[in-house]
Design a protein around this ligand. Structure first.
Ligand code: CXF
Ligand code: ZN
Length: 366
């Protein structure tokens, strides 16, 4: 089977023939059907996020179960599944609270191999890691059973793939993490895959004003089609926080979601809040990033700053619901898919994403 491998940061991915060991106990082999190209993959490619190498990136995907190792009970060959990139043991203190994204019950070092510490993909005998234990830019992968969620079979593959990262993260940030009340005013910073889904999450929650902010007009146009009521181009607006206040009767927003995660956007999320507002870090920054908030201001305005990982979703519960929302036309996923690629063209997919030309590119497999 072919897999796209990163041997060194800042090099192109190499699509190479690889060997794949069969699934061991509690593991499944999945035939890949579609895998989205996400900014987080780029963080691995450019060395921003430390990662063992060589590695197959990719973590936003859907496929069909081809084979089950001994003891697998939750899926069977032929099942359609969406990958979850966060393992969860189901028993630790966090899983027991339903906060599966905080699971501490799995050996997590390095988080790019199977639970027994071994790897399944090999290229000419060399062992290859899998991003987030799944590494979905490959025609087939072997992953722990708990990292796939079975879904209904009438869900199209590319759309299913996106549920596994940007849809879950964006919608979940609003509906699962912040749980915004109806009528809330909302700012979403960054209108890529995650941001557009935060906008959809706000619409699903009955938000009032939904302000989208981005550097690019093409992204802001798209944000309107996903439900933004107002837009701000932050490349031409010097003081975006002031603009947000003007748009909200002088108050600022009740909730701000930062899908970009650089110093400027973190500051904007905080500064654009109304007193009592809540800023949510959604995008994953580089590990050395530090945010600056004034505790003085925070006290007197009772603002909240929080983070959400994976939209705080519980994949087994939430993925099938998000799939139903799509099938019932309550979520727009078609509009996120600007381009599809063959695995052989994956480097072009990253180039287009970094040029801001696509909401989401998706690698589709035969
Ligand atoms: C990332 C977070 C770290 C693991 C892979 C996915 N989130 C979204 O893209
Ligand atoms: Zn992602």
């Amino acid at each position: 089977m072919k897999a796209a491998i990163l041997f060194k940061p800042n090099e192109l991915l190499q699509v190479l023939d690889c060997e794949l060991d069969p699934p061991k106990a509690g593991e499944v082999r999945v035939k890949m059907k579609a895998s989205g190209v996400c900014q987080s993959d780029w963080h691995i490619l450019n060395g921003d996020w430390p990662s063992p190498l060589p590695i197959v990136p990719g973590h936003e995907a859907a496929g069909e179960i081809a084979e089950c190792g001994p003891g697998v009970t939750t899926v069977k060959p032929g099942d359609h599944v969406i990958f979850s990139f966060r393992p969860h043991c189901g028993r630790c203190r966090y899983c027991s609270q339903g906060r599966t994204v905080l699971c501490i019950g799995r050996n997590n070092t390095p988080p790019a191999g199977l639970y027994d510490g071994t790897l399944r993909i090999k290229h000419k005998g060399q062992e290859i890691y899998q991003m987030a234990r799944i590494g979905t830019f490959a025609e087939e992968v072997v992953v722990p059973e708990e990292m796939v969620v079975p879904i209904r079979k009438d869900m199209p593959w590319a759309q299913a793939a996106l549920v596994g990262c940007c849809v879950a993260t964006g919608v979940g940030a609003v509906t699962r993490h912040a749980r915004i009340p109806t009528g809330s005013t909302v700012l979403v910073i960054g209108c890529g895959g995650v941001g557009l889904n935060a906008i959809q999450g706000a619409v699903l929650s009955g938000a009032g004003i939904i302000i989208a902010a981005d550097l690019l007009d093409n992204k802001l146009d798209m944000a309107k089609t996903f439900g933004a009521t107002h837009t701000i181009n932050t490349s031409t607006n010097e003081d975006a926080a002031k603009k947000v206040k003007e748009m909200t009767g002088g108050f600022g927003v009740d909730y701000a979601f930062d899908a970009v995660a650089i110093d400027k956007t973190q500051a904007l999320a905080y500064d654009a809040l109304a007193p009592g507002g809540h800023a949510v870090a959604v995008g994953v920054s580089s590990p050395n990033q530090r945010a600056q908030y004034s505790p003085f201001n925070m006290v007197f305005t009772e603002k909240t700053v929080s983070g959400t990982f994976y939209g705080s979703v519980r994949p087994d519960l939430d993925f099938p619901v998000l799939v139903d929302h799509y099938m019932n036309k309550r979520l727009n996923i078609d509009g996120l898919i600007s381009r599809t690629y063959k695995l052989a063209d994956i480097n072009e997919g990253f180039r287009k994403m970094m040029a801001g030309e696509v909401a989401r590119g998706v690698v589709v497999f035969d």
